[in-house]
Design a protein around this ligand. Structure first.
Ligand code: SF4
Ligand code: SF4
Length: 434
């Protein structure tokens, strides 16, 4: 689990690397491109050389630094806890300054900064989706009818919802005995995988807990952070912090059914501001972070959901294998809670390396470097199939997008569901059987 004492000085980190090589066998990019330059030890060496002025940030260096998946597997095993992923995030800002950010990524980040514009684009996309895509409802995705320019590959993409989660429900849903939580939904669950939010509300209703859906919430800024667009990160983080502060004392928690958003808000906002000497904002981010929980974590630790599932949840026929999203297990230490909750009603069959990165990697990896994402996704899909499960689950929609595409590429019948959806399914079935 990530510690708070991060080191962002490239030279200091380079000097602190004892070259033990423990990080190399677990490194996602090194596993598919076994070269010292594309390994945590190699990245750190190159970053030290860059800071000393011995390495030009030329196209080759750019290509190398953009090949890191930011999976944090290296930080977990490093005896000195060197934060290679966060150093790469920092150097990507320099890359963005020098080379600019591709037009389609700038357009995407513009949409992330303006919810109304994203809402309008998604509505437009939903209306005309059948012109370019065919739906795969069982897999919760859609397939391009022809080769698309930015996507560059015929792969399964997330379906678009007719109405976003945030535009479906009222802001306040009183359904209980005084307990109240806020929901931060994340962009993919808001526009694509809307069943997650529906299921979370159903679970809260069964637990008689009031739900508050803060309508002015914005993207957590993770896609921009991973791409070096620090202007967008600063803007979104500040706007969200100010907004969260307006209701934080009126809710027990802000729960998030998404590992990446949760990790960004709980850990990375503070580090981002601290590293730019914006201490006041770092302190405000820290205060907000005290109430941030992944949804399964909060439900398991702070509610009666376990006994509810034990007493009233149905025994489900499907076998589930659980994938540990990097931002859930490695960054936040969350892996027992979802397994415990699912274990009441589903048979769990562990895959061989549940913690191995699925290969999502961020916007650049999903567009310009998709060949790397595809290569990293193939072994994950194979181990999911080998587990014999009917469903693969993880509390992360980025993993869902990547794993669903990797499974589809193997013509697999295994489908992906967020644990929140599976838990709601077990409760609903239990109710029908009563
Ligand atoms: S974050 Fe992942 S891909 Fe990047 S260096 Fe570390 S282990 Fe390798
Ligand atoms: S595990 Fe840490 S100290 Fe060892 S080589 Fe990798 S980055 Fe350096």
């Amino acid at each position: 689990m990530r510690e708070e004492s991060e080191i962002f000085d490239f030279t200091r980190t380079s000097d602190a690397c004892i070259k033990c090589g423990r990080c190399i066998p677990v490194c996602t990019i090194h596993r598919i491109n076994p070269d010292e330059t594309t390994s945590p030890r190699g990245f750190i060496d190159l970053l030290g050389a860059y800071e000393r002025g011995e390495l030009d940030l030329d196209e080759t260096a750019k290509d190398i630094f953009e090949s890191c998946f930011l999976c944090t597997a290296c930080t977990e095993v490093c005896p000195n806890s060197l934060p290679t992923d966060m150093l790469i995030e920092e150097v990507r800002r320099d890359i963005a300054d020098r080379y600019g950010i591709a037009w389609f990524k700038r357009a995407f980040f513009l949409l992330l900064r303006h919810r109304w514009l994203m809402d309008a684009m998604m509505k437009l996309g939903y209306t005309f989706r059948t012109c370019a895509f065919s739906e795969e409802p069982r897999k919760g995705g859609m397939l391009p009818r022809f080769r698309l320019p930015i996507i560059k590959s015929a792969r399964l993409l997330p379906s678009l919802a007719k109405t976003s989660f945030l535009n479906t429900y009222p802001e306040n849903i009183p359904q209980g005995k005084g307990r109240r939580v806020a929901i931060f939904i994340g962009c993919l669950a808001n526009y694509n995988y809307t069943g997650i939010g529906d299921s979370l509300l159903y679970i809260l209703k069964e637990l008689e807990i009031d739900a508050f859906i803060p309508k002015a919430q914005k993207c957590c800024s993770a896609p921009a952070y991973f791409t070096g667009d620090f202007y967008t990160v600063e803007k979104l983080a500040k706007e969200n912090i100010e907004y969260f502060e307006s209701f934080i004392d009126d809710v027990e928690a802000i729960i998030i059914p998404e590992a990446t958003c949760s990790a960004m808000i709980k850990h990375d906002w503070e580090i981002f501001f601290r590293n730019r000497a914006m201490e006041l904002w770092a302190d405000r981010a820290k205060r907000v972070s005290q109430k941030i929980y992944m949804a399964t974590e909060w439900l398991e630790k702070h509610t009666e959901l376990s006994s509810l599932l034990e007493e009233r949840g149905a025994t489900m026929a499907e076998t589930v294998t659980y994938h540990d999203a990097c931002h859930a297990r490695k960054v936040q230490g969350i892996y027992k809670e979802p397994r415990k909750l699912l274990g009441y009603n589903y048979r769990i069959s562990e895959m061989s390396e549940a913690g191995r990165c699925c290969g999502f990697g961020g916007v650049t990896m999903q567009t310009e470097k998709y060949h790397l994402a595809k290569a990293a996704g193939a072994p994950k899909a194979a181990m999911i199939e080998e587990s014999g499960a009917d469903i693969v689950s993880a509390e992360c929609s980025a993993c869902r997008m990547q794993i669903s595409a990797s499974l589809h590429a193997r013509e697999s019948e295994v489908i992906f569901k967020n644990p929140i959806e599976l838990i709601a399914d077990a409760l609903k079935k239990g109710k029908r059987e009563e």
